[in-house]
Design a protein around this ligand. Structure first.
Ligand SMILES: CCCCC/C=C/CC(=O)SCCNC(=O)CCNC(=O)[C@H](O)C(C)(C)COP(=O)(O)OP(=O)(O)OC[C@H]1O[C@@H](n2cnc3c(N)ncnc32)[C@H](O)[C@@H]1OP(=O)(O)O
Length: 396
């Protein structure tokens, strides 16, 4: 057995010294890969099975167990094997991984398998060019720094000289980064800001770039982009954490209602000056804020533009916990690293269960808010406020 296992393992990673778990889990994966194929999406699934065999780098036991579990779930459905004895470590690890998928539908398992293999293939390509063990930068973005380490993908807004205001290109980059993070092998995803601000919200210069179709066309395009942007947060499948390092304004505040946890420095503030700008709420805040803090407090923020301190935002349930700025980064990252070691599937499934009931509603709210804003952007109130800011006559 050890000889066969060794041979199979060498195909994967020629020079690796394998632990008992690697020796046993990898051949069993190979065995299952040649098993019964699915009818629907057979091509994608089979391609993924072939891709697994071509990976240049051993993905590690945790990922191999995940692949094993998804394969079993996709082909056989929920775990149907008797639980192995406590000393049968290897089979128990495999059983645990499969059993953790609960009643995940076969189609979802198949899709997750394909997605996981695809993220492994791309990360194995990029990591073969990167520095081993380093805080790996995944892709070049102009306005973000995205890194993955210790099971955490960190998406950092990176326009500190503009207080991390979100330009049109940056909206697109955030969507891309979130979509990539939803498929990578990290356990949790963190959004934070570089510099003294978390983000000053929408870049007010976005409205100066008028396409040939005129301002109506600009408003239409912006509403579509806004809706897609917020949908990406609504649909994000793993724990999404905001590390609010400084003041947050506008859309960077409203979207916090779609995060799973919000940790804030005591230097952070939370400001949604929509009426001052002739605007109305977005990011599903018209629904999430009254739910989180009650309608009266939500009114103060969303209609009267009251700026909250981090402690006030925490008291009202928008922020999970506030830390002194001097120890903020250290304390938060220590905690996040511990959370990232919790079982990945369990966290995903728990998030699904918690959020499922609200999803449809959130998408409807997002569509409505985007369509109301499309009209607001064309109003005199909004155009004057934007012009005043851009001509440096006003600030918040
Ligand atoms: C398009 C589709 C989606 C639309 C979704 C809609 C979302 C709604 C919102 O997000 S509403 C919120 C919009 N944000 C604002 O109104 C903030 C405007 N900014 C300010 O009031 C101030 O800059 C500040 C209070 C955030 C910070 O003030 P401070 O004095 O500390 O710093 P500066 O003003 O000197 O800022 C440095 C430079 O950065 C520019 N800048 C900052 N924020 C924005 C922004 N949101 N949009 C554009 N530019 C911004 C600022 O102008 C300075 O530039 P300069 O150095 O050239 O002067």
């Amino acid at each position: 057995m050890a000889g066969v296992a060794g041979r199979l393992a060498r195909n994967w990673c020629r020079s690796a010294v394998l632990s008992p778990l690697q020796v046993f889990s990898f051949p069993s994966l190979q065995l299952h890969l040649s098993g019964t194929a699915m009818r629907a999406s057979q091509d994608d699934f089979e391609n993924a099975m072939n891709q697994v065999k071509l990976l240049k780098k051993d993905p590690g036991n945790e990922v191999k167990l995940k692949l094993y579990a998804l394969y079993k779930q996709a082909t056989e459905g929920p775990c149907n094997m008797p639980k192995p004895g406590v000393f049968d470590f290897i089979n128990k690890a495999k059983w645990d991984a499969w059993n953790a998928l609960g009643s995940l539908p076969k189609e979802t398992a198949r899709q997750n398998y394909v997605d996981l293999v695809s993220s492994l293939s791309s990360s194995s390509e990029s990591s073969s060019q990167g520095k081993p063990g380093a805080d790996r930068e995944q892709q070049e973005y102009e306005n973000l720094v995205v890194t993955s380490e210790d099971g955490i993908t960190k998406i950092m807004f990176n326009r500190p000289t503009r207080k991390n205001a979100i330009s049109t290109q940056m909206y697109q980059e955030i969507m891309l980064a979130l979509k990539a993070a939803s498929k990578d092998d990290s356990t949790i995803t963190v959004v934070t800001g570089n510099g003294d601000y978390y983000s000053s919200g929408n870049d007010l210069a976005n409205f100066t770039d008028i396409p040939p179709g005129g301002v109506e066309e600009k408003a239409k395009q912006s509403a579509i982009m806004l809706r897609d942007f917020v949908d990406t947060f609504i649909d994000f499948p793993k724990p999404l954490i905001a590390v609010v390092n400084g003041p947050a304004v506008g859309i960077s505040v409203t979207t916090l209602g779609l995060f799973d946890a919000v940790y804030a420095s005591d230097k952070a503030t939370f400001h949604t000056p929509f009426s001052h700008l002739g605007l109305s709420p977005e990011g599903c805040a018209s629904y999430t804020f009254p739910k989180i803090m009650g309608p009266a407090k939500a009114t103060e923020m969303l209609i009267f533009g009251k700026k909250l301190t981090a402690r006030e935002a925490c008291a009202q349930g928008l922020v999970t916990e506030v830390f002194p700025d001097s120890t903020f980064q250290k304390e938060v990252w220590t905690r996040l690293k511990a959370y990232s070691k919790l079982p990945q599937n369990s966290m995903r499934i728990s998030k699904q269960v918690i959020r499922k009931i609200e999803k449809e509603k959130l998408h409807a709210v997002n569509a409505e808010e985007s369509s109301v804003l499309q009209k607001r952007w064309l109003s005199d109130e909004c155009m004057n406020a934007t012009m005043n800011f851009l001509s440096k006559r006003s600030k918040l």
